[in-house]
Design a protein around this ligand. Structure first.
Ligand code: PLP
Length: 422
């Protein structure tokens, strides 16, 4: 099953990653708990490196999931990071001591973030809008740096994915419209403190059709070709992230080399010079290796057409179902359960009727309070989107390696939830 951690197996109904029982992990670290099949995750990094080639500028999208341990792993494998905030930058800076292999993205970049990035040798800044250019110029000039920038353009090639994760198109807020791109480029090219280094498109997330990348890169190379004289150094073509990663029931599972080929083919349509590609995969690296463990609490069979199972987490550790109706397959991993399944609604603990983790979960008919439930394909946009709603402490994160459990992020204490209160 292509949406599950690669090293997951079941023995007498108990889930294991490698030799480690997830029921034991739940006992030792408590629930809710984010668990990563760390060998699977590392294998995903290697698979991208192999498919795209070592000369690619790999910038993992921190927004999918970030922790110092992951940054360390990425650094060892020659990868940098795509960041969108001071917090993400500081995580990288604290871990590896420089932002040189980092790209700074986002629609709103604060002055203090821009300064922090430049001061710490930040790699590329992706310009999202014309307003930002002046801010960048001012910061780079006062810090006496010539800052490499790439320009994010907005193309209408996105439309095959969920509207909530589509980020390119005529009514999307990201990037510079192609009709203003030349004007923005002239502004950058005439600046003494900015170095125009390339172009950037992120179509959206969960892109199944590699042809979209080709189309996007073809438009980029056409634009770059008509502005050849303004490019300083080797041109960077940043194709963004969005590489498809399957959830339960989704069969598409391309070899990554298909995407690499599409990107290069698109660039070569109009660009004959030397170039480097940059990519920003997020979900495709971390989603399938990750699961969340919950403990079942009350089971209410006195209403509606199916029983409710109430679990000890919910929209504070995984807001995706409430935010855009994402579906995550649940397993009862406690062991010794009936083979007969029945349908349950599994709801979170928060004070919102929308806090429904799965509306139709097929689980053993003898599922009982205290059982451990495992929510799958939950490695991306879960921990990174977690909140302290209802002052519920954020859950901890562990990885499971060939040699056992590694602790990645501590669980917050009750007291951590009001640590900044005055
Ligand atoms: C600019 C940019 N790059 C990369 C990503 C990562 O996308 P994904 O996690 O789908 O690979 C995103 C996600 O929103 C993004 O906005």
């Amino acid at each position: 099953m292509n949406y599950l951690p690669k090293n997951l197996s079941f023995k007498e109904g108990i889930a294991y990653i490698g030799e480690t029982s997830l029921v034991d992990v739940a006992k030792n670290y408590g629930t809710p708990l984010y668990v990563y099949d760390w060998e699977h995750l590392k294998g995903n990094i290697d698979a991208f490196t192999e498919a795209f080639g070592k000369e690619t500028l790999f910038r993992y999208a921190a927004k999918a999931f970030i922790s110092k341990a992951l940054v360390k792993e990425l650094k060892e494998k020659g990868w940098g990071v795509d960041v969108v905030s001071g917090g993400e930058m500081a995580t990288v800076q604290e871990t590896v001591g420089t932002l040189e292999n980092t790209v700074f993205n986002g629609t709103f970049k604060r002055t203090d973030e821009i300064e922090y990035f430049i001061q710490n040798n930040g790699g590329h800044i992706s310009v999202d809008n014309r307003y930002e250019i002046e801010m960048l110029e001012k910061a780079a000039s006062s810090l006496k740096k010539k800052q490499p920038v790439i320009m994010r353009i907005n193309l209408d090639v996105g439309a095959e994915t969920h509207p909530m994760v589509l980020t390119s198109g005529y009514d999307q807020q990201f990037g510079i419209s192609i009709s203003f791109a030349e004007e923005a480029l002239n502004q950058i090219a005439s600046s003494k403190s900015l170095l125009f280094s390339g172009i950037h498109v992120h179509i959206g997330s969960q892109i199944k059709d590699p042809e979209r990348y080709k189309l996007a890169m073809s438009s980029c190379s056409e634009f770059m070709n008509s502005n050849l004289e303004k490019v300083e150094g080797e041109a960077v073509f940043n194709a963004g992230g969005g590489f498809f990663s399957p959830y339960a029931g989704e069969e598409v599972d391309h070899e990554l080399s298909v995407y690499s080929k599409a990107i290069h083919d698109g660039i070569k349509e109009h660009w004959g010079e030397g170039y480097k590609i940059m990519i920003e995969p997020g979900r495709a690296l971390v989603n399938n290796p990750g699961v969340i463990l919950y403990t079942a609490g009350a089971i209410k069979a006195d209403r509606g057409d199916k029983p409710y199972i109430l679990v000890d987490g919910g929209m504070s550790d995984n807001p995706r179902p409430a935010l855009y109706g994402s579906e995550h397959k649940l397993f009862n991993i406690s062991g010794g359960k009936s083979e007969n399944e029945t349908v349950y609604a599994v709801s979170g603990r928060h004070c919102e009727s929308g806090d429904l983790l799965v509306s139709d979960a097929m689980l053993p008919e003898d599922t009982a309070s205290g059982d451990i439930l495992m929510s799958t394909s939950t490695g991306a946009y879960t921990f990174s989107m977690a909140s302290n709603y209802n002052r519920v402490p954020k859950s901890g994160v562990v990885g499971i390696t060939d040699s056992g459990v590694i602790e990645l992020v501590n669980r917050q204490s009750f007291q951590d939830t009001f640590i900044n209160d005055l």
